[in-house]
Ligand binder design. Sequence first.
Ligand code: DGL
Length: 262
Amino acid sequence: MKTQSIGIFDSGIGGTSIWKEITSLLPHENTIYLADSKNAPYGEKSAEKIIEFSIKNTELLIEKGCKLIVVACNTATTNAIEILRNKYDIQFIGIEPAIKPAALKTITNSIGILATKGTLSSSLFSETSERFTSEIKVIEQEGKGIVALIESGRLASDEMTLLLHKYLNPMLKEQIDYLVLGCTHYPYLIPQIKKIVGENVKIIDSGLAVAKQTNAILEKYDLKNLTSDISKHQLYINKDKEVLENILKDVSIDYAVNKLEF
Ligand code: DGL
């Protein structure tokens, strides 16, 4: 069991931002990553559809023998993780927008959250937000269109710059000092976002926290791979293989990208 892979899924290629954190913190672990790009963006789908896709991805990862599953998607976590946990006898780790650290650290008492519609409208998100932000101003913004651009390989495009200005400028007017990235696709935009928000706004994403939590769960359930074999990483995508290869072009570890219908 310990040498089995960690399974990771997202609506598309964005969850590789989490995959990178996991492979760097846990270099001896094997991984299997699913990019359900054919069905992206999840964020604009109904909760029922998001649950259906999450079940499909989970079953494929279980079929491939994964020992634990990381839901590397805020939208799938906030809409489906409870159902997955009740349905399958395997540990799940999810990702949610890091509202708490931003709310605790803000000095201007104003924070921004950029996430998908599916995440912002979920009850899990509302509960967390209500718990930590009653005393501060929270500017919630749906990142409509961003995931679709990333999934079509237009990460650094004029359309993206326009969208980012449209979504971030109102937050700057409200003097935010923390910006929470509530979607695993968005860490790829950090250089572009920094150019717009400047040095005074700190950007928070949950990638490293998820990798640390994965480590903690592996330890707790005695699932850590203790061999020193070179780890294997298989990434599967059900749409354009090149878009996934392109976003991983700076990754130095060995991995294989495969096209698969699922
Ligand atoms: N990467 C996902 C997230 O973290 C999903 C984005 C989408 O498919 O809309 O929310």
